[in-house]
Design a protein around this ligand. Structure first.
Ligand SMILES: O=C(O)CCC(=O)C(=O)O
Ligand SMILES: [Fe+2]
Length: 275
């Protein structure tokens, strides 16, 4: 029988808000999300407007594929969703070549920038590295273009479900680590909506989403407090992706929303990254 509410852990209400900085790698903001003390840290203008525009244009010049996971979006690159570790890591070289072509065309090497930002932010000596499997390294980013089909551009979900069997299944928290390069001009919609709930294993089993994390029925979230975070082109967002979240529909004329997505989590004191 379906549960009638979601059980799990919550952030204390006074800490359930996004930490925001402007173009400053911020140790407290970033570490507090990785450690699970806060839901999100947004670094505004981590990319210059020209860099975002160049990445968006380079993405649009490539032929993206419809996502294979049922999400109404096109992507270039690769995510672990629905793939075994052998499949995922086997496909990385091809997918990485597609992403490198975008970085080269844009003249912006996002993986190096991400590494520099994280390394400059965390305490000296903390290792920041890709997730690994049999000597192979995970993808740095994939690029997703959401095609807003409403009522949510991306249904409520959490991204812990996609980590089963992977090294990153052991991450303390599964955090989204996203650069936004094209966003709708919208004061209300096109937000990342985060509900204050990290569902427990029992709730996930009851809903049959323990291996996917997708989707959660919105009726079950009616009484759960949420925040809306509205990233703009150039922003870098780190957020608790193991909590239930969604992307709200845009009301703007142009709904295009392009995100260079990845995940980050702490494993044994190291910061590990994957897609
Ligand atoms: O685009 C966003 O703001 C978040 C996307 C997301 O949650 C996902 O792709 O798993
Ligand atoms: Fe997500």
């Amino acid at each position: 029988m379906n549960p009638t509410k979601l059980n799990g852990s919550k952030f204390p209400q006074q800490r359930f808000c996004a930490y925001e900085t402007d173009n400053q790698p911020d140790n407290e903001g970033v570490m507090s999300v990785l450690l699970g003390l806060r839901p999100a840290c947004i670094i505004r203008n981590a990319l210059a407007q020209e860099q975002s525009a160049a990445l968006a244009n380079a993405y649009l010049d490539q032929s993206a594929q419809r996502r294979h996971d049922g999400v109404p979006a096109y992507e270039i690159g690769l995510g672990s969703y629905g793939l075994t570790p052998d499949d995922y890591f086997g496909r990385v070289p091809g997918a990485r070549a597609d992403m490198e072509a975008i970085y080269a065309a844009a003249g912006v090497h996002l993986p190096s920038m991400a590494q520099e930002i994280l390394q400059a932010t965390v305490d000296p000596g903390v290792v920041v590295r890709p997730a690994r499997h049999g000597g192979r390294a995970a993808m740095e980013f994939r690029a997703t273009h959401f095609v807003d089909e409403g009522p949510l551009a991306l249904k409520a979900h959490e991204d812990r479900g996609q980590t089963d069997g992977y090294e990153f299944g052991a991450a303390h928290r599964v955090c989204g680590f996203n650069f936004y390069v094209l966003t709708p001009d919208d004061q209300e919609g096109a937000a990342l909506r985060m509900w204050n709930i990290v569902p427990d294993a029992r709730t996930k089993r009851a809903l049959g989403v323990e291996k996917t994390g997708y989707p959660y029925p919105t009726e079950l979230l009616a009484d759960t407090p949420f925040i809306d975070i509205r990233p703009r082109a150039g922003d870098l967002l780190l957020f608790a992706a193991d909590g239930v979240h969604a992307v709200t529909s845009s009301k703007a004329a142009s709904k295009a929303r392009i995100v260079f997505q990845s995940f980050a989590g702490m494993i044994d004191g190291q910061i590990v990254r994957w897609t």
